[in-house]
Write a protein that binds this ligand. Structure first.
Ligand code: ATP
Ligand code: MG
Length: 492
């Protein structure tokens, strides 16, 4: 991949540079050639003028003089009269030469007109390409012409072209090297961007590009990195939402299973004993009252279960109407004691109170707090053997008041503590059911405390006893902001 990009880039740069080199070479040599010919023309014209001044004068040169002068001037010398007759020529016999006043010899035509004439062409006489330069003598009555073979010019130009080529080639080498380095750099950055895009396409959104700078590539890298980060965050969010949904779905399923199970047991018992009574047991004085007692017990259990479920769902869906007001903390504890004292007395359990300072008030719904305290006290009584002690108290804790219910009962194993407040969660299912429990009490307590913006926690050790702590606000500002009756919430 990198190799391919590198080769492409390099070949392109190389070709462009080669083209530039060829053009420079062509331009340089053609300019040099023109320059050289112009100089040569000027020199030949000067020489022609000097020859014209050489005694005995061009009209009287014999062939030997012409040859000597031509040799000295480094060319071929011809003297032509304005009527076209060749008077003398250094390289040919003048007598045998044709009339030279013809348009095919424009240099002579120009000289007869009084100007310096030049022309490049193949000589009809000696069959070589020449540069001709003719100057007028005696106001155009004669023309003195010098000619040099163009081959000398071409040799000079070729020598020059060689030098130009050599020097441009020397300059070309570092340029090629530079192009290779640049192509390598660009191809590597291209390759890293391509590899990064591939990683993203495969779903690896952790991939990041290095080399984030102010160059075009750096900016591209920054944009791609931002895109990857956004994708990563989005995927993470979706994953989180998905697992939350899965969790909620699991809770919902568990709830449905638990509710149907809890309803089925008392219903089956009612159905069974009713059928037994109908089948004749109603006339059996030994059993009929006992069976009716069982039916009543299960009906009561069903009523308690459905009423607990209803109140739980009301609180959860925030449909429960609370009447918040300021209440003395100790009063709330006394009221709960009054409710539970007879039951505690029956079980031979002593109740103690650790009152809060007299001026301790809480901003709460007294019905809800009564339900919280009686649920906790009910548990404490249920799970504390005869002769045990239960202490209830309250103490200010900043903007909250912390209540506690402590017993010397059977305690709760550490591994059960994290799930204790879940609906239907019971440490010992059989025992709880025997005691008439539905496993919803603590869940209701948790939601009621939360409706006051409070928190609940438990400390317990098996055979040592348990202590439940919950907080309530001292003033209105401590209550949740959302108005009651809005939104539904599914929790454990
Ligand atoms: N004070 C406590 N001492 C020991 N175990 C407790 C105490 N309080 C609660 N538990 C344990 O926590 C479980 C859940 O309590 P929760 O009040 O929710 O249900 P329950 O008392 O069994 O039934 P319900 O309160 O609905 O009649 C109980 O079954 C019991 O195992
Ligand atoms: Mg309970």
């Amino acid at each position: 991949m990198t190799r391919k990009i590198f080769l492409k880039l390099f070949v392109w740069v190389f070709m462009l540079m080669l083209l530039a080199l060829v053009m420079v070479d062509f331009l340089a040599t053609s300019v040099a050639q023109e320059n050289y010919i112009q100089n040569l023309t000027a020199q030949l014209a000067d020489k022609c003028r000097m020859i014209a001044l050489t005694p005995p004068g061009p009209e009287r040169f014999d062939a030997a003089t012409a040859r000597q002068l031509a040799q000295a001037a480094g060319g071929r010398l011809t003297v032509v009269r304005s009527d076209g007759k060749v008077l003398v020529d250094s390289d040919a016999d003048a007598a045998r030469m044709e009339n030279h006043r013809v348009p095919t010899r424009p240099e002579l035509m120009a000289a007869f007109n009084g100007d310096v004439g030049t022309n490049r062409r193949l000589s009809a006489t000696v069959k070589v390409r020449f540069l001709y330069v003719a100057v007028p003598v005696h106001n155009g009555a004669l023309a003195v012409r010098l000619a040099v073979p163009l081959q000398t010019v071409e040799t000079q130009v070729n020598r020059l072209r060689g030098k130009v080529l050599a020097s441009t080639a020397i300059a070309f080498l570092p340029a090629v090297l530079l192009a290779a380095i640049l192509a390598r750099y660009l191809s590597r950055r291209f390759a890293s961007v391509t590899a990064h895009a591939g990683e993203l396409a495969r779903g690896n959104f952790h991939s990041r590009l290095s080399g984030v700078d102010d160059s075009e590539f750096g900016r591209l890298a920054r944009t791609l990195n931002e895109t990857a980060a956004n994708l990563e965050a989005t995927v993470e969010q979706l994953r989180h939402e998905h697992s939350e949904l899965e969790k909620l779905e699991r809770i919902r399923k568990d709830f449905v299973i638990n509710v149907s199970h809890e309803l089925r047991t008392p219903l089956a018992s009612i159905q069974g004993y009713t059928e037994t009574l109908i089948d004749g047991a109603i006339h059996d004085p030994d059993h009929n009252m006992r069976f009716l007692g069982i039916i009543r017990h299960n009906a009561e259990r069903l009523a308690r279960l459905t009423s607990d479920l209803l109140s739980l769902s009301r609180i959860e869906q925030k449909r429960q109407k609370f009447e918040f007001d300021l209440h003395p903390a100790n009063q709330l504890i006394h009221d709960a004691f009054d409710l539970l004292r007879p039951i505690a007395g029956k079980s031979d359990i002593r109740l103690f109170e650790e009152p809060a300072p007299e001026d301790t008030f809480v901003f709460c719904d007294s019905e809800a707090v009564s339900q919280i305290l009686s649920n906790l006290l009910d548990n404490a009584i249920k799970y504390t053997p005869a002769g045990g002690r239960i202490t209830v108290g309250a103490r200010p804790a900043g903007s909250m008041v912390e209540f506690f219910v402590r017993d010397t009962g059977i305690g709760i194993p550490t591994e059960d503590l994290p799930r204790l407040f879940e609906r239907f969660y019971r440490v010992d299912k059989a025992r709880s059911r025997e005691l008439g429990g539905t496993g919803l009490g603590l869940s209701i307590v948790k939601h009621l405390v939360a409706a006051h913006n409070g928190t609940i926690r438990v400390e317990s050790a098996p055979q040592k006893g348990s202590a439940f702590y919950f907080t309530l606000p001292v003033e209105e500002s401590g209550l949740p902001q959302a108005p009651a009756g809005t939104g539904a919430e599914v929790t454990a």
